[in-house]
Design a protein around this ligand. Structure first.
Ligand SMILES: Nc1ncnc2c1ncn2[C@@H]1O[C@H](COP(=O)(O)OP(=O)(O)OP(=O)(O)O)[C@@H](O)[C@H]1O
Ligand SMILES: [Mg+2]
Length: 239
């Protein structure tokens, strides 16, 4: 059964008096244990789609369903990490992570304890009392991911969560993400420009071009270096 469904999503923006069609009939099904990566060139509509799925903006037409309920335009149901990490500069790591709990009006004390237990999984145990500016880029990404996880949603929408990191940090965080997704039983939609990252993490890759999904690829469980190269080339040729 599909956990999250997007049905025939269309979205246009009016810019300098001209209407540009950004999404032109997007259909998507995310099932439990799916990890879908969306790749595509800059400006093709990836972030726009995630914003619509998260509910922070509305499509011109089409529906978004979660557990068979229409959730179009409803925020706070899915865990959404926007392209910019948007940590509150005046909040410590722990309080940034607790933000969804505050927003949901849940018991902070109970959840503070939960976050403290969670910090080691996120590699953040030494940084609970740091403010965002005292953290490196990789640490900030982890705080933003932990906060996204605290929404309690089984679905994460991650918009380039590992962009702008050095190769080693990026690799470490990819392993960590794969691990956490498996341990916590999450379903993910990940936007990335890194095809190797998409191959490493996903069960399926959707190639977006000019607001439509051109093709999708099931990612084999085991893939050797040669197959990976061919796979990557065939995806890149479409972008
Ligand atoms: N609020 C807006 N008003 C007008 N145009 C917009 C708005 N938001 C996005 N666009 C336009 O929609 C198109 C798609 O933008 P989007 O941010 O979805 O691209 P993207 O695929 O995420 O790109 P990138 O890989 O660079 O992040 C772009 O041409 C962008 O300029
Ligand atoms: Mg984007």
């Amino acid at each position: 059964m599909s956990l999250l469904t997007a049905r025939d999503i269309h979205k246009s923006f009016l810019f300098k008096g001209e209407l540009s069609k950004v999404l032109r009939g997007i259909n998507l099904e995310l099932k439990k244990d799916d990890f879908i990566s969306i790749v595509g060139s800059s400006g093709c509509g990836k972030s726009t789609l995630l914003e619509l799925l998260s509910g922070i903006s509305l499509p011109d037409s089409g529906d978004i369903l979660y557990d068979d309920q229409v959730i179009t335009g409803q925020t706070g149901i899915l865990g959404y990490m926007p392209q910019e990490d948007l940590l509150f500069p005046w909040l410590k790591t722990i309080d940034n992570i607790l933000l969804p709990i505050r927003v949901q009006g849940k018991d902070i004390r109970v959840h503070r304890q939960k976050v403290l237990e969670l910090l080691p999984i996120f590699g953040l145990e030494a940084f609970a009392d740091y403010l965002p500016w005292q953290l490196s880029g990789g640490l900030r990404q982890r705080v933003a991911l932990a906060r996204t996880y605290m929404t309690g949603s089984k679905v994460l929408l991650l918009d380039e969560p590992l962009a702008n990191l050095d190769a080693i940090t990026r690799n470490t965080l990819q392993d960590w993400l794969a691990d956490i997704v498996r341990k916590l039983g999450l379903a993910v939609i990940l936007v990335t420009h890194d095809i190797d990252e998409a191959i490493k993490l996903s069960t399926r890759i959707e190639v977006m071009k000019e607001g439509v999904f051109l093709a999708d690829f099931a990612v084999p469980d085991h893939i050797d270096e040669h197959e990976q190269k061919l796979f990557k080339e065939s995806i890149r040729a479409l972008i």
